[in-house]
Write a protein that binds this ligand. Structure first.
Ligand SMILES: [Zn+2]
Length: 211
């Protein structure tokens, strides 16, 4: 089995796993993996729960469709993130409920919209900026993501959902799941007195677990 075939199978498997566990509904969300010679991305209108590995789209780094079904209309979000982050090998974009809820709230600091509640969140996500709302398909959204992507491997699109990169597809999936879990905690704790990790604890984590 060659590397591209393996990557196609992995995308279909991880898509089904996310769908089955409620991280994606309907035909929402898309996954991608950077391989030699291009990017594999879930096709437009496809459900993450029912991906056919052979039909997964392949595009070049400029977004030109090379093989498989036509790519997701949100593929430009992935391309913007890959362009700014050479180390990114996988990207997950979800419309998962708790993170979307956070994306609809008013935030004091839009540069970082989730509190550092746990060490795993700090290690897997770090800071999460809110990217302003644009209607689906608006290319200005790609530019807005591009602006944040050099500094951040995870961003939250306002009234929409997260885009999360990893050094592998599995790392991107784990990071996205951690983000959704923390969004859920933040909603559970909303209005309650909480003690997030302080700057010293975050600095200690960054020292012991450099990204
Ligand atoms: Zn979306």
């Amino acid at each position: 089995m060659n590397d591209e075939t393996k990557a196609r199978d992995l995308l279909a498997d991880r898509g089904r796993s996310l769908y089955d566990r409620g991280y994606a509904h309907g035909s929402s969300g898309n996954l991608s993996a950077r391989i030699d010679g291009g990017i594999l991305i879930t096709p437009t209108g496809s459900s993450l729960g029912r991906l056919d590995p052979a039909k997964i789209s392949k595009v070049d780094e400029s977004g030109k469709h090379v093989a498989g079904d036509p790519p997701s209309k949100e593929s430009f979000l992935h391309l913007a993130m890959y362009a700014e982050r050479p180390s990114a090998k996988g990207i997950v974009h979800l419309h998962c409920t708790c993170a979307v809820a956070v994306s609809c709230m008013v935030h004091k600091d839009e540069r970082n919209v989730l509190p550092p509640l746990t060490a795993y969140y700090v290690m897997r996500v770090g800071k999460l900026p809110l990217v302003p709302y644009y209607r689906p398909g608006d290319r200005a959204l790609a530019e807005a993501v591009r602006k944040e992507a050099k500094q951040h491997h995870a961003v939250l699109l306002a009234n929409h959902g997260p885009v999360v990169a990893g050094k592998s597809l599995d790392e991107a999936v784990d990071n996205a799941e951690e983000l959704e879990a923390t969004a859920k905690l933040a909603l559970l704790l909303d209005g309650k007195q909480t003690a997030p990790l302080d700057a010293a604890k975050i600095a200690d984590l960054e020292k012991h677990f450099p990204s």
